[in-house]
Design a protein around this ligand. Structure first.
Ligand code: MN
Length: 189
């Protein structure tokens, strides 16, 4: 079964001025689409064809012979997840999630500072995440390239893409500005 590019959960210009329609058109319309199309080509005629995206990520993880399948499946998952973490002027955590953030980070502001530091300090391409482990503990992690929490038994809560393609058209080399804007104007819990 071939995977389809999931629909964007917002209009392509809905995040302006913080994330431009041009960025979305390349990031979603070209980059994300290419991961999905490459994955479909790579799994055609293999056992992976019968699996969900999550299963493909988990079964291909750490196996050099499946590196291309892992990279494209993980990026297909990561991008579909990232679009759900965005809305204009963002949405703060509430209820249980707000309580858990206070418990594990001390405050929402402390969480934001740790998340910003992870995103800015990720060397080269990658992602910053708020994740929950199997015991319910929250933490901030960063992953390189296509790597993804679901390959490590962690549940993603929110993430930011810090590959240059995520911000270069709008922020050029200013990753810290992009991440700060994401946290204050786009991050949706
Ligand atoms: Mn991306």
């Amino acid at each position: 079964m071939a995977f389809e590019l999931p629909e964007l959960p917002f209009a392509p210009n809905a995040l302006e001025p913080y994330m431009s329609e041009q960025t979305i058109s390349f990031h979603y319309g070209k980059h994300h689409r290419t991961y999905v199309e490459n994955l479909n080509k790579l799994i055609k005629g293999t056992d992976f064809e019968k699996m969900s995206l999550e299963e493909i990520v988990q079964k291909s993880q750490g196996k050099s012979e499946y590196a291309a399948i892992f990279n494209n499946a993980a990026q297909a998952f990561n991008h579909a997840f990232f679009w759900k973490c965005l809305c204009l002027e963002g949405k703060l955590p509430s209820g249980d999630m707000k309580e858990k953030i206070d418990r594990y980070f001390g405050s929402y502001d402390n969480f934001c500072e740790e998340f910003q530091n992870a995103a800015v300090s990720q060397f080269g391409s990658g992602w910053a995440w708020l994740v929950e482990d199997k015991s319910g503990k929250l933490s901030v992690i960063k992953t390189s390239n296509a790597d993804t929490p679901i390959a490590h038994g962690l549940k993603p809560i929110v993430c930011v893409d810090v590959w240059e393609h995520a911000y270069y058209l709008d922020y050029q080399n200013r990753r810290a500005d992009f991440v700060n804007t994401f946290i204050n104007h786009l991050m949706k819990f």
